[in-house]
Design a protein around this ligand. Structure first.
Ligand SMILES: NC(=O)c1ccc[n+]([C@@H]2O[C@H](COP(=O)([O-])OP(=O)(O)OC[C@H]3O[C@@H](n4cnc5c(N)ncnc54)[C@H](O)[C@@H]3O)[C@@H](O)[C@H]2O)c1
Length: 334
């Protein structure tokens, strides 16, 4: 077991999980049913099973869960443990932040996406009538316990979702790791063992960026690479988050090229790397159909949208752009 800074813990085997859990209070586990089915013997009781559906990331479900907690006798000393992918950790973090004005909580992320991204950084939230993550709080879990054993059972589709976020992290700030991921996938496919050190690296990067910028006011913005177009695509076409992000990264690359911020050669290397990793790079809908959703992105401030654009392999910038100009570029690139 290796402990990094305050609360990111890498646990080598699933059998070791219990040794990192709090033993001085009542722990209630909110768990994804698929994970409960596969790994029941390693995880603590009592449990509340919550399906990983975006519909469950809601105020209505939060209320139901709070009632369940009350019925189970949960008080201000209770510790909530979220075990599952990003849906379960987002919901657990939100519930723990509002139940009795806030109780202690921690996460065991079980998808690649949640291990390198969703569980780290203290953003907890629920959706509002189809608008994602509109209600939420910044509050850090006491720990994020990362165990790569969980990834062995992850369906390929879910693995790809996480791989988009993993590559995104390296595209913005770690050139060597970008090439390492592409090399591993090209030679060994989605081998969780071979990718393991790179998962740790991506989790560490997200952790240290969010430590420096806990409330998303500076460097953390770079982690939104691919998300302005990705969120719009997710909303319009209903494709999964990670797939939308990989297409969003490729769209951001096209903008970067158009603005002369990245060389065509670097942009091609990134695109090729994503293809080698079998990530989606082509939008199922025309770019022009995303215009409305993009200009209403929550990252908008006044008449400006802050696009995150790669400027090289391992480098990116925040590029504020007037909505009018963005609309024209969307039209040009469509
Ligand atoms: N808070 C943040 O900073 C942040 C960042 C990125 C994404 N998110 C949120 O994360 C959510 C997506 O998370 P996700 O991609 O982890 O998806 P998810 O929680 O929906 O899980 C995906 C699927 O994987 C299954 N699963 C989970 N662990 C498994 C395992 N070990 N083996 C087999 N199957 C397993 C689940 O049952 C589910 O069907 C979205 O709601 C998104 O908004 C939050």
């Amino acid at each position: 077991m290796e402990k990094c800074a305050q609360n990111l813990i890498y646990c080598n085997t699933i059998a070791d999980l219990h040794s990192h859990l709090p033993d001085n209070c009542k722990v209630i586990t909110l768990i994804d049913p698929v994970v409960e089915d596969l790994y029941s013997q390693y995880l603590p009781h009592p449990r509340i099973i919550v399906d990983a559906s975006e519909k469950n990331k809601s105020i209505a479900r939060t209320e139901e869960l709070a009632l369940e907690l009350l019925n189970m006798g949960a008080d201000r000393e209770t510790f909530l443990l979220g075990v599952g992918g990003g849906i379960i950790t987002d919901l657990t973090g939100f519930l723990a932040s509002v139940y009795m004005r806030g109780v202690r909580f921690g996460f065991i992320p079980t998808t690649l996406l949640s291990q390198v991204d969703a569980s780290i950084g203290g953003k907890n939230g629920v959706n509002l009538k189809g608008y994602k993550n509109i209600l939420g709080v910044f509050r850090k879990p006491e720990f994020v316990l990362i165990c790569k054993d969980f990834l062995k059972s992850l369906p390929e589709k879910e693995f790809k979702n996480g791989l988009s976020e993993l590559l995104k992290t390296f595209i913005i700030c770690d050139r060597d790791s970008f090439f390492s991921v592409v090399d591993v996938v090209e030679r060994y496919g989605y081998d969780t063992g071979m990718l393991s050190p790179l998962v740790d690296k991506a989790a560490n990067i997200k952790f240290s960026i969010t430590e420096k910028d806990p409330c998303d006011r500076g460097e953390r913005e770079l982690l939104n690479l691919g998300h302005t177009f990705g969120h719009a695509l997710e909303k319009i076409s209903g494709i999964p988050h990670g797939e939308a992000v990989s297409i969003g990264i490729v769209t951001a690359l096209s903008f970067s090229e158009k603005l002369g911020l990245i060389s065509d050669e670097d942009a091609d290397i990134i695109r090729k790397g994503m293809e080698i990793c079998h990530l989606s790079t082509v939008s199922p809908v025309p770019l022009s159909s995303l215009k409305e959703a993009v200009v209403h992105d929550k990252k908008k401030s006044g008449s400006t949208i802050r696009l995150i654009l790669p400027t090289g392999i391992g480098k990116a910038v925040v590029h504020p752009i007037e909505v009018e100009i963005l609309e024209k570029y969307i039209y040009d690139l469509s």
